[in-house]
Design a protein around this ligand. Structure first.
Ligand code: 5GP
Ligand code: MG
Length: 185
């Protein structure tokens, strides 16, 4: 284990098994329909890469860059769109993929942005869901793991841009969190 990680919350094996299961479910739900998978940069790329290899569908892959908070713990509600879709999604079935649904501000803002293009349908898939922290009325259509409100890293997710490459989901050590976030109550 990485020396700055306190504990492994979800192993690589658990991630792989659950992602495959979600892939089978999504494949069945969209059977016969062409799909545009939109991965929200940067945190969702590993989940999206794993998920799409379990989608037996005619699909396109696109990206939206969104940031809800820089290196702070709490989402501000202000979401910056840093990169827009390359392709057209009008009249297409769209599945938005994000790493984690926390306050919900990010996914809500990206959903609103995509809806402007009038897709045929719009659904959301997240690897992790922290329902206890929700600030807006939003639920993901597909969620890999429901977790307690702890700060997690790995499998694409960072802490001040580190740890995205960890193949498991870990909880950083308290001193590491305090160093980045400050020792706030
Ligand atoms: P929301 O807008 O739902 O509050 O936050 C969603 C975004 O915040 C996620 O896409 C992710 O980038 C970041 N985020 C929320 N919770 C965590 C967490 O526990 N760990 C990490 N690394 N990022 C998180
Ligand atoms: Mg994100």
């Amino acid at each position: 284990m990485h020396p700055e990680i306190d504990r492994v919350l979800i192993t690589a094996e658990q991630l792989a098994a659950r992602t495959a299961e979600l892939g089978r479910q999504i494949t069945a739900d969209y059977a016969g329909k062409p799909l545009t998978v939109v991965s929200i940069l940067r945190g969702s790329i590993i989940f999206a890469a794993d998920l799409i290899r379990h989608l037996d569908l005619d699909l396109e892959l696109d990206f939206i860059g969104a940031a809800s908070y820089g290196d702070d713990t709490e989402s501000s509600g202000h979401v910056d769109i840093r990169k827009h879709l390359d392709g057209k999604v009008h009249d297409r079935h769209v599945l938005l993929v994000d790493d984690i649904l926390d306050t919900g501000y990010t996914l809500q803002a990206v959903c609103e942005l995509v809806r402007i293009s009038r897709p045929a349908s719009l659904k959301t898939a997240v690897a992790f869901d922290k329902p206890a922290r929700r600030k807006v009325d939003l639920a993901a259509d597909y969620a890999g793991f429901t977790i307690d409100p702890v700060f997690i890293v790995g499998y694409g997710m960072d802490l001040a841009q580190k740890y995205r490459n960890l193949p498991y989901i870990g909880v950083p050590k308290k001193e590491v969190l305090d160093r980045i976030f400050g020792n706030r109550p």
